[in-house]
Design a protein around this ligand. Sequence first.
Ligand code: PT1
Length: 266
Amino acid sequence: MGIVNVTDDSFSGDGLKGDVPAAIARARQMVEQGADIIDLGAESTRPGAAPVSPEQEIARLLPVIEGLKDLKIPLSVDTRHAATMRAAAKAGAALINDISALEGEGSLAAAAETGLPVVLMHMQGEPGSMQQAPHYVDVVAEVFDYLKHRIAACEAAGIPRGRIILDPGIGFGKTPAHNLSLLRATATFRHLGCALLVGVSRKSFIGAVSGEGDAARRLPGSLAAGLWAVAQGADILRVHDVAETVQALKIWRGIAVAPVTARNVW
Ligand code: PT1
């Protein structure tokens, strides 16, 4: 899953602001590089970020979705707003990625109405303050239970389990140690019977563990964490660096799963 941000202040320095042609070009380039899904976001949710109104979000996203109508791969929309989910689905988005696991007002009903698959992500607190004092007694058990309850809420709202993708929410109200514990336990989340998505790309825990302060220089750590997650059962990696991740995955897959031959390439 390639990340395309139409935000003012993406943490990794790749925010395309309101530049619609640039966002469209970035998405097309990622498809060329081997992305299977494009995740479009108009609200920065990195630690400390301020919320964006649904109106602003829709105004930023719709022209990009319209401009990518002919894309050969599914478009995901990264939003916590019911109105944005509806508008994006109507414009052709194929997946709803919600960092608040459809806890927003009207989101369960809106997502169910679209009939689209959804990503349910765990977060402790809100982006604006979530890194101030993350606290868990047992981070893996608590994230697991939260996701289990959100699956139940989805099923009650008419979103079947087969349409749900789970995400432990790396970096969302978690210390570096919490993030490492969750990644270590990636395989545990498979027991919930859904596909798994993991987003580690350039995040601050990689900086904390490696000492690399510049988010744009965290590709090696991002690849290491991403490959670990895939080896433990993650189905989807949300990444900034598509070409590099695809190369790493091809080698991992060649070793772990099946030899790469002329007939059997990614
Ligand atoms: C994610 C994700 C996301 N991450 C899903 N959607 C972001 N499903 C946005 C840091 O610690 O992991 N899964 N949408 C980006 N959010 C962050 C969080 C960026 C933490 C950076 C950090 O640096």
